[in-house]
Ligand binder design. Structure first.
Ligand code: COI
Length: 354
């Protein structure tokens, strides 16, 4: 296997468990491939990345990640085209973002060639787990955890950078209705909402559980100071179509700079759709609902791809969105997946050969 990481260590499994996997019935994120990547940080530097059989970790119970949540992650997907070639979608963006998250969580940045060489080696080893055909993907989860023992509340001096992979179909099954946040917040100015930090997700679980009890699948967060402006949903950035215009809120230190989000903006602008990136008031959504100009809402994300939002709840009222022909959501989903599965020309250079 070609790789430019001189000492990349590869220890292969003795026999694959792939035969035991029912690829037609895969709950998101439950099944993992045969191998994983692990790279340890100690004494001020990252050691040699290793590809080893997928296995549990042994960590000291006082490891910092358990106590202070010093952990960040990424989400990427690999796809297989009809000729059997595997691809990633814009992994350079994920690499850039995980290091941005690392910096904010006081974690040492990870070297670029370690990331790409070990990623390629891992995916080539487990390439059989990437199934061809629309909707089949391999969800790739790079993450970093603070492993140094000791409960002092200070940055760890030891870390593990790991990559695990899970064959996946869609993240949401069926219709998605969202609750617009009135009281809880996901992130605040000066915080780390822009980072893919583990704690940003844990903090959403309780409000999302309450929203689920009311029949919603996700929360669309609002700004923490006034709750008047929509921000992002739990696992997705949010787009709104009013008339023929596409709106999304700007990224900030509260909002994740989504790779799918920026791809949708580029696709939309390229086909002449007016895209406004500006704060969006909840009141504007309500007005657009009343005067029938609110045509669509959808979420974008690696796991979710493009997910239409059928309705939303706000202050006890529920609003349904119209069913539109040739929706922007279905159009962008097709254009994105055509690029991802190598069915269309990639004029943006977003596909990355594995
Ligand atoms: C992703 O889209 O990769 C995400 O991070 C969502 C994840 C929390 C399932």
């Amino acid at each position: 296997m070609d790789t430019s990481v001189k000492n990349l260590i590869v220890e292969k499994i003795k026999s694959s468990k792939i035969g035991q996997v029912d690829f037609d019935n895969l709950p998101f994120g439950d099944v993992f491939t045969d191998h994983m990547m692990v790279c340890d940080y100690k004494n001020g530097s990252w050691g040699t990345p290793k590809i080893i059989p997928y296995q549990p970790l042994t960590l000291d119970p006082s490891a910092r990640v358990f106590h202070y949540g010093q952990a960040v992650f990424e989400g990427m997907k690999a796809y297989k085209d009809d000729k059997g070639q595997a691809w990633l979608f814009r992994p350079d963006e994920n690499f850039r973002r995980i290091n941005k998250s690392c910096v904010r969580l006081a974690i040492p940045e990870f070297p670029e060639e370690y990331f790409f060489d070990s990623l390629k080696t891992l995916l080539r080893l487990d390439v059989e787990w990437i199934k061809p055909g629309e909707g089949n993907t391999l969800y790739v989860r790079p993450f970093v955890i603070a492993t140094q023992p000791g409960v002092i509340a200070a940055p760890s001096e030891e870390y593990k950078f790991m990559i695990i992979c899970s064959p996946a179909k869609s993240y949401y099954g069926g219709e998605v209705r969202v609750k617009i946040a009135e009281k809880f917040s996901r992130a605040a100015d000066g915080g780390f909402g822009f980072a893919k930090a583990a704690g940003n997700y844990a903090g959403q679980f309780y409000p999302t559980k309450l929203a689920k009890e009311e029949g919603f699948q996700q929360i669309v967060w609002t700004d923490s100071s006034t709750h008047e402006y929509i921000e992002e949903a739990g696992t997705m950035n949010v787009f709104v179509r009013i008339g023929d215009k596409l709106l999304t809120c700007p990224t900030s230190d509260r909002i994740l700079d989504g790779v799918t989000r920026k791809s949708v903006i580029a696709l939309a602008r390229d086909q002449g759709i007016e895209v406004e990136i500006r704060p969006i008031k909840v009141a504007e959504l309500l007005d657009a609902t009343k005067n029938n100009t609110l045509k669509e809402m959808f979420g974008s994300g690696t796991a979710a791809v493009i997910n239409p939002i059928q309705g939303f709840g706000y202050k006890g009222d529920k609003y349904e969105l119209p069913k539109v022909e040739n929706s922007y959501a279905s159009r962008f989903k097709k254009q994105l997946t055509d690029i991802q599965y190598n069915r269309s020309e990639d004029k943006y250079g977003w596909r990355y050969k594995i």
